[in-house]
Ligand binder design. Structure first.
Ligand code: ZN
Length: 268
């Protein structure tokens, strides 16, 4: 099959968060990912007469879990409704803690997802994926990646490598509209990347139309996201240059290239 049975719709929250709503055309059940704000979700559920089959949580930050309790209390739910989430964090809201490689099935829908653990942004961060989509919270962003609040560059780099290994057609549903800022940084890293220039143009048009730039695909990220391109000559050269400015040693391995880029981006 070339396309999933489900549809994925963004629900905008706060300044730049996306809460992802997963629905199927054939039934009234739905799943939401990282509901930081219950009110915007409840509005959509009510307007579309949807019943919540599950909440998926990627990590413990408030803008991802802040709406969970209110949704549990106020939304229409299926009998087997559950809040899925990491096994290492967000335990105040998670009913079914998940670990690496675990598979979940949302029974009232035809939704089967697998778990990948992605330490870095937070230590317990997880993502949910199938052959079509990955819901990756604040780990991989369109054109960039999350800040390392809890993990090391090695951990974050390894987590991004796991996502980079998904099929290139996989759609990337990240949790923030940070794309244009990320791509401006990507351009500073790789000024001669043609695919990147084309992507910037496309995303600028999307934003003019007030449309999301997300989802992207793993293939687009591999071609334009510097944090997934730490083996590429130009990216390594730029990271070496940054590293030499700080009189650090020269031959960086991929996770160190990543670390340099992430540090640079923090003050870009
Ligand atoms: Zn976060």
């Amino acid at each position: 099959m070339n396309s999933p049975l489900y549809q994925v719709t963004p629900i905008a929250a706060f300044n730049d968060n996306y809460i992802w709503l997963i629905t199927e055309p054939t039934n009234q059940y739905c799943v939401v990912v990282d509901p930081g704000d219950a009110s915007v979700v409840l509005k959509v559920l009510t307007a579309n007469n949807l019943t919540l089959a599950a909440i998926l949580v990627t990590h413990h930050h408030q803008d991802h879990i802040g709406g969970v309790s209110d949704l549990v209390n106020k939304a229409n739910k299926t009998a087997d409704f559950a809040v899925y989430g990491p096994s290492q964090e967000a335990q105040s809201v998670v009913g079914i803690p998940l670990i690496e490689s675990q598979k979940i099935t949302i029974k009232s829908m035809q939704l089967h997802l697998q778990i990948v653990e992605l330490p870095g942004h937070t230590l317990g961060h997880i993502a949910y994926y199938d052959q079509y989509s990955v819901f990756c919270g604040d780990t991989l962003f369109a054109g960039g990646c999350g800040r390392m609040f809890e993990g090391t560059p090695q951990q974050m780099h390894q987590s991004l490598e796991k996502l980079a290994a998904l099929p290139p057609s996989t759609k990337v549903y990240c949790a923030h509209e940070y794309t244009l800022a990320n791509l401006a940084f990507a351009k500073a890293v790789e000024p001669n990347n043609d695919a990147l220039a084309a992507r910037i143009e496309f995303c600028q048009q999307q934003r003019v139309l007030k449309q999301p730039t997300i989802p992207s695909t793993i293939g687009e990220e591999l071609a334009t996201n510097p944090f997934l391109r730490t083996n590429h000559r130009d990216v390594i050269a730029m990271a070496q240059q940054k590293s030499q400015q700080k009189s650090q040693r020269k031959n960086l391995i991929a996770s160190e290239v990543f670390g340099q880029l992430r540090q640079w981006k923090d003050t870009f």
